[in-house]
Write a protein that binds this ligand. Sequence first.
Ligand code: ADP
Ligand code: 5GP
Length: 187
Amino acid sequence: MNRGKLIVISAPSGSGKTTIAKEIMKRNPTLVFSVSATTRAKRDGEVEGRDYFYLTEDEFLKKIDEGEFIEWEKLYGNYYGTLKQEVERTICNGKHMLFDVDVNGGLSIKRKYPDACLIFIKPPSIEALKQRLFGRRTENGTATTRRLDRVPMELEKGQEFEHQIVNDALDIAVEEVQNIVQTHLHE
Ligand code: ADP
Ligand code: 5GP
């Protein structure tokens, strides 16, 4: 059986990556979403095992020590990581996977899985990004500012991704990402 393929979506926080990833999952029912582990608090509406595996910091650090992550990062004061066992089990069964990780995570996945397809989502402007991030109201002002601090680094590293999509009109961005996904899965 052929191994499943990997598609990674990264973006500065607030660019609309989760919104686009959810739409791509709806349109491609055979894709498996890579559920990451995190130490950040669960947001309203999020579900354990569907959005993330929510761990304590001690649990997360133990998994780092035991080599259970393909990659992990500390972002905005919390840990996030991709679990090796989840990914290997899925792709060994021939299933394709979609990853929603930060730019460094995306580049780490590419180093370990060179055939992975990397898609970077850009906001149309920094102003639009701020509006979306503050409009989402999932973080307080300080936490939102912390997310904005990383944007220049993310835009820089995003240039290393093979595909770059501007999320201005959502339906157009989804269509563009969908075309890339379909092409990659049928290559
Ligand atoms: P990310 O996962 O990149 O942090 P989200 O998907 O949570 O971002 O989107 C941030 C906010 O912006 C959400 O409130 C979402 O509804 C909104 N949003 C996403 N895409 C667009 C778009 N193209 N135009 C306007 N608002 C958008
Ligand atoms: P959020 O807290 O908004 O869900 O996610 C914050 C950031 O962490 C986003 O950029 C998201 O893509 C990233 N992220 C989520 N899971 C992982 C992961 O497993 N690894 C890495 N490197 N980043 C992740």
